[in-house]
Ligand binder design. Structure first.
Ligand code: UGY
Ligand code: MN
Length: 244
């Protein structure tokens, strides 16, 4: 249904809001019976790529050149690597090092958040290895002491990792305690609930299913609205010197 050209999606110099009414699907190399909604990539100014992969039952994705992080939003899938075989459910996630051989096969209609980034090695530090986990096993930390704003770091806090992926859960009415302005960029997928996101000099209503990219130094703030918690998955580049 057309809406006379109206959408909440917007593409600005230092941020992008990508809402489901504007999603276009494409098939990426290695996808079988699956499609990707590419939310952000280097052509739009980011140093990483993030997409939602939609897999039909039996559909699959496989090995890619860059390091890959995936998080199961909905459905179920089997992840086979050279050394492991694991069934994934909503909240499961995996970190796959660059070029690590793997095939993920959907055992039901499945949606995944997928983040890919070229690895930035650190001298005298071994690159991270394969990691598979579940969000339920991660201890929540209150952000700046606020018990109504829980952060779960899905990747270990180790310098070998050049990015971080967290979930952040806001109780209704909870908000970031400050407007953040920082060198890291973000890819953010709203998983549940909604609220108001300040990005640069604009305030946007956002809801589950929306994607946001924040460029380095994009002023950012979020406050949760509604009667259910708001939750998002958030990527940031991490643990590396700004000069590379
Ligand atoms: O980790 C972060 O920078 C996070 N607090 N940013 C955000 O939620 N926009
Ligand atoms: Mn931030």
């Amino acid at each position: 249904m057309h809406t006379l050209g109206h959408t909440r999606s917007t593409n600005q110099r230092d941020h992008l809001l990508h809402t489901p009414d504007t999603f276009i699907r494409t098939v990426l190399p290695g996808m079988v019976n699956a499609a990707a909604i590419v939310h952000i990539s280097p052509v739009a100014g980011a140093a990483f790529t993030q997409y939602t992969a939609e897999l039909h039952l039996g559909g699959s994705i496989s090995t890619t050149a860059a390091q890959r992080f995936l998080y199961v939003i909905e459905g179920s899938a089997d992840l086979a690597t050279a050394t492991s075989f694991q069934s994934l459910t909503p909240g499961s996630y995996a970190y796959l090092p660059a070029a690590a051989e793997h095939t993920l096969t959907a055992t039901a209609s499945t949606r995944l958040a997928v983040i890919e980034k070229t690895y930035q090695p650190l001298p005298n530090t071994a690159a991270p290895s394969l990691l598979i986990g579940h969000e339920d096993d991660i201890t929540a930390t209150p952000l700046m002491g606020d018990p109504d704003l829980e952060v779960r770091g899905l990747l270990p806090d180790q310098p070998a990792f050049d990015f971080a992926v967290n979930t952040m859960t806001y109780q209704p009415g909870a908000a970031l305690s400050m407007v953040e302005v920082h060198v890291m960029e973000h890819g953010l997928l709203m998983l549940q609930g909604g609220g108001i996101y300040r990005l640069s000099d604009a305030w946007y209503p956002v809801t589950a299913g929306d994607f946001i990219w924040m460029a380095p130094y994009c002023p950012q703030w979020f406050g949760a609205l509604g009667k259910q918690p708001a939750k998002y998955l958030i990527y940031k580049d991490w643990n590396r010197h700004p000069l590379g």
